[in-house]
Design a protein around this ligand. Structure first.
Ligand code: C2E
Ligand code: CA
Ligand code: CA
Length: 744
């Protein structure tokens, strides 16, 4: 559910806003409608007020007129009413009365038109006699058949009601008074009494024709009017005014209010179509605007959503594409690899982690363009090497990962060899034969439940386990490898403090002149004396330090303690011999390393001929200008340089050709083969070669008398090895020097 919301968050939000907008719009429209209706009601009310005041004025005017006339009649005595009635004729005509007359207390009637009738049963007559002014409900004229109203007032003579004065009025007259044009002629008015019986009806075409009773007419017109009529009846009963919408050829508004005459009600009516037309126009526009706005909003929403989708796609593309190679990004690899792992059966996949030894230096030396070029090259090689279903990606810097198929270990090894040789066919610097050294770690996914992260870690651990071993290009993950990594981590955690605490000591392995068997030199070899008394050999930590760069500090430290030791031996008066220190190839990248060494010499006041420098021949540095530089620098400062492990690298000969070493150290592997015919020949050859290049020779790892004899017989200058002496503490070597000094 939550996922669903997250996925369609924008859509849901947009729809909510849309609904909110619509609802608030409808609310607004309904308020507007309500306001309009109120306005309609108030305009109806206004028309009704006008009608009422017209009627009141009219009726009161008539009654006042009659009162005025009755006063004059009051002067007549009853027997003169005939005369009085004759006098009324002019007034009647003047004021639009159909007839005027006087009805005496005994019921005799005198009229302006001299008709004699008995009107003593009429209610207005009784009211008049009681001293009341009145207007009658519609009556049928007893003379003729028109419907009439009768206005009546009492006639006083000497303070007593002696007669009733009346004026008859055609009902049509009153209707005419009421028919003021309202609502463009479509509005009309009724007068009804409390029971709804018609007092004055309307001839307006929108009104009920021949209306007798408003309620009956309403109920007859439409059943919906029933409830409205009921409400009106209640209001009528209570003398209340009000407004209703009812049906009469469409919806009509009716305002009703009581009149202060009898129990009459004035009904002012107008068709809704008139009243609503303005409202509908405004509402129509409002709705239209609303719809328009909703459409615009919806349009914007759709645009935003589409744009977002596009951006997402773009983002996905950039996220899933590697910038340098244009292939899968690591993120994409992770997604695809996880899918592949889920699908595959256990043991059928292997994860390969690949990088290039010293890529950092390639980048630094040749620039990032060249570095990127190499990365693209590796990508290309992987593309050709991986099968259709296999996936691979550039992970970071020079790191690549590949998830490959296959159960068979040997087949995988063959494929890896093939990959190595393809990678190595790349020459960064063709004229200088700078080759790249791939490093691979392989983790075979034997179980199903492993996470990709875990597999990547293991492949990485396997790759790192190779540690600067140039000839070994790939390593499989096993528990031993993991142990190694943890060991390395533990070493790295303490190496700095160990250096500060002086735990790294120099052991000295004496070098003997082959002829005289005198000590003519020594090689300083590092030993790590742990606080718990354990002495750790360099093989355990030098490769790690070479990888993490700490070797430079260690080498400098070694150089310093060797110098300090030499100084001390000199001070004791021993015949000091040159001590050679090992310099890691990493140190050579530091252009100032010779200056730093010189400073140490100055600080410890040691002569430059008392220390020598051993440089291992290296694959990577073949013919490097940097190495040439370093050698030139060292020579300029007066150091003798020893070429260590001669014969183990790939390009010993090339190095000898271009670089001026002083001494060549014949590697133990050659010395080991002395006694064997071919071995002898090789050692012999190396010595001849050194002689021809005017280099002195030191044989390393001499363990037997036979080896020593052979080397001496064939002109090797100096011997180093267990046969004469193992690496020893400074104290032990000091004693050796001291005894030699004494025996001089
Ligand atoms: P390396 O420079 O070739 O040092 C000679 C190694 O051979 C030393 O091992 C030494 O103890 C051993 N060795 C000497 N004579 C014999 C022998 O007759 N038989 C046998 N089996 N071995 C013999 P060590 O001291 O374990 O040093 C190993 C490597 O560690 C050195 O090889 C060197 O590459 C490196 N190393 C040692 N100290 C330093 C240092 O201070 N700086 C640097 N950068 N590397 C060092
Ligand atoms: Ca050495
Ligand atoms: Ca060596």
């Amino acid at each position: 559910m939550r996922n669903l919301f997250a996925k369609y968050k924008e859509v849901i939000l947009g729809l909510l806003i849309l609904i909110l907008l619509t609802v608030s719009w409808l609310l607004y429209a309904s308020t507007l409608k309500h306001d309009f209706q109120n306005e309609i009601i108030s305009s109806l009310e206004e028309v009704s007020t006008q009608g009422k005041s017209i009627l009141e004025k009219e009726i009161n005017g008539k009654l006042e007129l009659l009162t005025e006339v009755s006063r004059r009649i009051g002067f007549y005595t009853a027997d003169n009413y005939e005369e009085a009635a004759a006098m009324l004729a002019a007034t009647a005509q003047e004021n639009g009365f159909k007839r005027m007359g006087v009805i005496t207390a005994d019921g005799t009637t005198y009229t302006t038109d001299h008709v004699h009738m008995d009107l003593s049963d009429r209610p207005y007559y009784r009211k008049g006699l009681a001293g009341e002014n009145s207007v009658s409900d519609p009556l049928v004229d007893r003379e003729g058949s028109e419907t009439i109203h009768v206005y009546a007032v009492p006639v006083y003579h000497n303070g007593e009601v002696t007669a009733v004065l009346f004026g008859t009025y055609d009902i049509n007259e009153m209707r005419r008074q009421l028919e003021v044009t309202s609502f463009g002629g479509r509005g009309y008015t009724y007068i009804v009494n409390k029971e709804g019986n018609c007092i004055v009806d309307s001839t307006n075409s929108y009104s009920y024709p021949n209306m007798q009773n408003i309620f009956t007419s309403m109920e007859a017109e439409d059943r919906k009017n029933q409830a409205i009529a009921d409400r009106m009846k209640v209001d009528f009963e209570n003398g209340q005014d009000g407004c209703v919408r009812f049906m009469n050829k469409g919806i009509q508004y009716m305002y009703y209010r009581p009149l202060p005459i009898n129990d009459w009600y004035l009904l002012t009516v107008a068709p809704a179509s008139v009243l609503d037309s303005k409202m509908n126009a405004v509402l129509g526009r409002t709705y239209l605007l609303g719809v328009f706005m909703v459409l615009i909003f919806a349009g914007i929403l759709v645009y935003i959503l589409k744009d977002q989708k596009r951006r997402k796609a773009e983002l996905m593309h950039s996220l899933y594409t590697d910038e340098i190679t244009g292939g899968y990004s690591f993120a994409k690899f992770q997604v695809e690899a996880e899918k592949k792992i889920r699908r595959a059966e256990a043991g059928s996949l292997s994860l390969v982690s690949l990088d290039i030894d010293d890529f950092k230096f390639i980048n630094e030396l040749l620039g990032y363009e060249e570095g990127n070029h190499l990365i693209r090259y590796i990508h290309g090689v992987l593309a050709g090497w991986c099968g259709g279903e296999e996936i691979f990606a550039h992970q970071s810097a020079d790191m690549f990962v590949a998830l490959v198929d296959g159960h068979d270990h040997d087949a995988l090894c063959r494929r890896l060899e093939e990959l190595c040789s393809r990678l190595q066919s790349y020459s960064i610097w063709p004229q200088n034969k700078l080759a790249i050294v791939p490093a691979m770690g392989i983790f075979q996914l034997r179980e199903k439940s492993l996470t990709l992260d875990f597999c990547l870690d293991c492949a990485g651990i396997a790759r790192k386990s190779r540690k600067g071993q140039f000839a070994v290009h790939y390593a499989f993950y096993d528990e031993r490898v993991k142990e190694q990594i943890y060991r390395d981590k533990r070493i790295e955690a303490v190496m700095k403090s160990a250096l500060e605490n002086g735990e790294f000591k120099a052991y000295y392995q004496p070098q003997y002149d082959a002829e005289s068997k005198r000590v003519v030199g020594a090689e300083a070899l590092v030993r790590w004396a742990r606080p718990d008394g354990e002495i750790v050999s360099p093989g355990e930590f030098i490769p790690l330090f070479e990888k993490n760069g700490f070797i430079s500090e260690l080498d400098r430290h070694m150089f310093r303690i060797v110098c300090e030791q030499q100084k001390e031996w000199g001070n004791r008066g021993y015949a000091v011999v040159p001590v050679s220190v090992n310099v890691s190839r990493k140190l050579l990248y530091d252009l100032n390393f010779v200056e730093k060494y010189n400073r140490i010499l100055t600080e410890t006041a040691v002569e430059v001929q008392n220390v020598e420098v051993e440089i291992t021949e290296s694959v990577f540095f073949d013919n490097q200008p940097r190495l040439l530089d370093a050698i030139r620098h060292l020579h300029q400062s007066g150091y003798r340089i020893l070429l260590d492990d001669f014969g183990t690298g790939y390009s010993s000969m090339a190095m000898l050709k271009d670089m001026s070493f002083d001494t060549l150290k014949i590697d133990k592997s050659f010395v080991d083969n002395i006694g064997d015919e071919r071995g002898n020949k090789i050692v012999d050859g190396i010595i001849r070669l050194a002689e021809s290049l005017e280099l002195s020779t030191i044989a390393e790892g001499v363990e037997t008398r036979e080896q020593y004899e052979y080397l001496k017989a064939h002109g090797c200058d100096v011997i180093q090895g267990y046969y004469f002496g193992r690496p020893m503490t400074a104290e032990a070597f000091g004693m050796l020097l001291s005894s030699q000094t004494a025996g001089r």
